[in-house]
Write a protein that binds this ligand. Structure first.
Ligand SMILES: O=C[C@H](O)[C@@H](O)CC(=O)C(=O)O
Ligand SMILES: [Zn+2]
Length: 274
């Protein structure tokens, strides 16, 4: 079963007037991981799509998605898939890839129908692509590791870059995940913005009772979302994206837009946040 919801782009002047329910309706990504379903969120930020596929021991095929008005979803798009569950497979173009928890699969434009199977919980990210690039399975060992933060500032963390120019080529998509060290709670602090790229977050590996306090909004006009396990946030180009967990968590960040330059973010120091 396929479910697709559309999220319109929101102007920052509109966003700052939203109440809690309005902020959640526009920027919280929920209900993506349901047994036996593919659930996609089609955003109008760089036409980025995020979602989940949970085959639950069976199989699910992603092919035609009405919203793209193309015969098959990946005809003019690329895709990054992260398995956040148990062992599973993803098949496309007569090839089957086995993904353990934490493995990332890149599929280029023109890959055709994509079948998810096994006990994986597959996080799906996708954006328009201007040319077809080869598929690639990227494991944690293949990823580029960046250590950031310190115990003193409660933000000691490891950033693993998977779909990233230092690892492999994509058109627009940049993707990786960030793991916090024990006792560290803050991701992406100091915060930053990058107006040329939107960003999508997925928080996972959390206790069911835990929440992440996710910060969004323009740096001088911040808002927050309380986010549960396997839920995410859509970060518009004008927004910071940062968070502190009540318990342990990992989050997948994925971006699309004008460039794939990970290091071009504009930092906002804590004293400048409002
Ligand atoms: O633009 C980059 C993304 O926001 C994340 O990679 C940042 C991040 O994972 C972190 O600092 O903890
Ligand atoms: Zn960012």
């Amino acid at each position: 079963m396929l479910n697709v919801e559309t999220r319109q782009a929101v102007h920052p002047e509109h966003a700052k007037a939203l109440d809690t329910e309005g902020l959640r309706r526009h920027f919280l990504a929920e209900n993506m991981f349901k047994s036996g379903e593919i659930h996609l969120i089609y955003t109008h930020y760089d036409r980025f799509v995020m979602g989940g596929a949970v085959p639950a021991g069976g199989s699910l095929t992603l092919d035609k998605v009405e919203e793209t008005k193309t015969p098959s979803f990946l005809d003019r798009r690329e895709m990054g898939v992260v398995n956040i569950g148990e062992l599973g497979t993803v098949s496309a173009g007569n090839k089957t890839y086995t993904l353990s928890r934490g493995d990332v699969l890149y599929l280029g434009a023109g890959s055709g129908p994509v079948t998810f199977a096994g006990n994986g919980r597959f996080y799906i990210t996708s954006c328009p692509a201007h040319r077809s690039l080869p598929a690639r399975l990227v494991t944690l060992a293949d990823s580029k590791e960046v250590k950031l933060g310190a115990v003193e500032t409660s933000n000691k963390r490891t950033i693993n870059q998977f779909i990233h120019p230092l690892v492999m080529e994509s058109c627009q998509l940049v993707l990786g995940y960030t793991t916090l060290e024990d006792g560290s709670v803050w991701n992406t602090m100091p915060a930053h913005v990058h107006d040329r790229r939107m960003e999508a977050y997925l928080y996972f590996g959390m206790d069911e009772t835990s929440r992440v306090l996710h910060l969004m909004g323009e740096p001088q006009e911040t808002r927050h979302l309380f986010i549960a396990n396997e839920e995410g946030a859509i970060s518009p180009p004008w927004s910071v994206h940062s968070g502190a967990g009540i318990g342990t968590y990992t989050f997948i960040w994925a971006m699309a837009g004008d460039n794939v330059d990970y290091t071009d973010m504009e930092f906002v120091q804590p004293a400048a946040l409002r």
